[in-house]
Design a protein around this ligand. Sequence first.
Ligand SMILES: Nc1ncnc2c1ncn2[C@@H]1O[C@H](COP(=O)(O)OP(=O)(O)OP(=O)(O)O)[C@@H](O)[C@H]1O
Length: 283
Amino acid sequence: MSAPVLETENLVKVYGRGQSRFDALKGLTFEIHEGESVAIVGKSGSGKSTLMHLLALLDEPTSGVVAMDGRPVSQLKPAQVSALRNDTFGFVFQQFFLNANQTVLENVILPLKIAGVSASERKRRGMEVLEQLEMADKAKNKANDLSGGQKQRVCIARALINQPTVLFADEPTGNLDTATGEVVEDILFGLHRDRGITLVVVTHDDDLASRCDRRLLMQDGLIVVDDRGETAKAAGAGVGQASREGSRQVGGHGKHAAPAPLDGQPATGRDAGTGTETGEGQA
Ligand SMILES: Nc1ncnc2c1ncn2[C@@H]1O[C@H](COP(=O)(O)OP(=O)(O)OP(=O)(O)O)[C@@H](O)[C@H]1O
């Protein structure tokens, strides 16, 4: 198996304090390997998005470790975390987070602008990635003028512009009709297959989850099933699927493998921006 690109050790996230304390993640230890496609599934409130945000370095754990390529992120300075996130990760969200009044091309190349890439290079790379997603003819359209499926293609183009190693997708088909959702799925899995991009998807969609190499089923802040089996249609349905071939039931501190010891220190000083978002204006 390929090397772990992301590892966690005893990852804990607590929201609030006192009477309003909520233990959203209760000590998760696992690895995601380079080139894997992993679905994080489970009922609403089980901790899926919280986990994804910690893995993607968009938020900090209360305690525990996230490591990238064997290096605990807590050892990095905030600016290094930001740079790592922007250089290594791409993000696709259900809500698109496009700037409605900017053109498609402007939306796609924003991460390059932030990174200080020259205007001519930005345009060249932006058009290249739009062509790959068959959206080049819409480059000059305002993002607001696109259909839902087209908007999500633009989001994928924006996520790819920095040639990420890991693509995080939070309910990427959640705002799309079934047929359009399937097209977006095909694009995501095509990228995974053809370019070896590691794919981490949070989803309620069993069909989408079943296309992934692996499903992590969450329940009450724990990963209760780590399913690498072939027949995973019901991965989101319940923990009873653990007996399937390739599945294993895990506890909150259960290790899927024995990762190298990490430093056990909570990450600190993280900035929470995605670096690739263009604001809240939904296109
Ligand atoms: N900022 C916050 N403050 C307090 N509680 C929070 C916060 N964010 C999330 N939670 C709580 O943590 C739990 C896990 O939330 P999370 O969004 O990770 O769940 P989820 O599995 O992604 O749910 P959904 O499928 O509905 O998106 C929920 O009970 C939620 O209410």
